[in-house]
Design a protein around this ligand. Structure first.
Ligand SMILES: [Fe+2]
Length: 163
């Protein structure tokens, strides 16, 4: 991988390959979502592993199992409310996230990343998943940091959870 690619990746993606969770999807009753939004069904879960992340929070992190139904897709958006999100793909394990320069134009892709491990995408940059007709299960953790700053987050997490 070239230096240029690596630097660009840093603007959009923080991979945490060492962050492992012990989670069994069979423990969830998929008929009882805690939250439903546009074909996305969310189930509150406990992830004890989160306590290993010591950070200054303004609110504790919240973990969800998310079931994305096939007849919808994750259209371009910016995450509001939460500062950052950790995505842990369950099924499929690999899929692309696209970042956009213009939230109203899906052609304006400035960076594409294929998930391969627990990953924090830069959720304040417009992004979407081209996942129409794809049923997906993944864990997402919403983070509410004191004093959020992507570059600093990248540096701090890199110290502890990267290769
Ligand atoms: Fe998002």
């Amino acid at each position: 991988m070239s230096l240029i690619t690596t630097n660009q990746e840093k603007c959009f993606i923080l991979e945490l390959p060492k962050f492992r969770v012990d989670f069994d999807i069979k423990t969830i009753d998929l008929n009882k979502p805690d939250d439903v939004w546009n074909g996305v069904r969310n189930y509150k879960i406990d992830l004890p592993e989160l306590s290993s992340i010591s950070y200054d929070y303004r609110e504790p992190p919240q973990a969800w199992l998310t079931h994305k139904l096939p007849e919808y897709y994750i259209k371009p958006h910016i995450d509001t409310d939460r500062d950052a999100v950790l995505i842990i793909p369950i099924d499929p394990k690999h899929y692309d996230i696209h970042f956009l320069s213009d939230i109203s134009n899906e052609e304006s892709i400035i960076y594409t990343h294929q998930y391969r491990c627990p990953t924090m995408p830069h959720a304040k940059v417009p992004h979407f998943i081209n996942d129409m007709n794809v049923e997906r299960f993944f864990i997402q953790v919403s983070f509410y940091f004191k004093d959020f700053n992507w570059e600093r987050l990248h540096e701090n997490f890199a110290l502890h959870y990267r290769r």
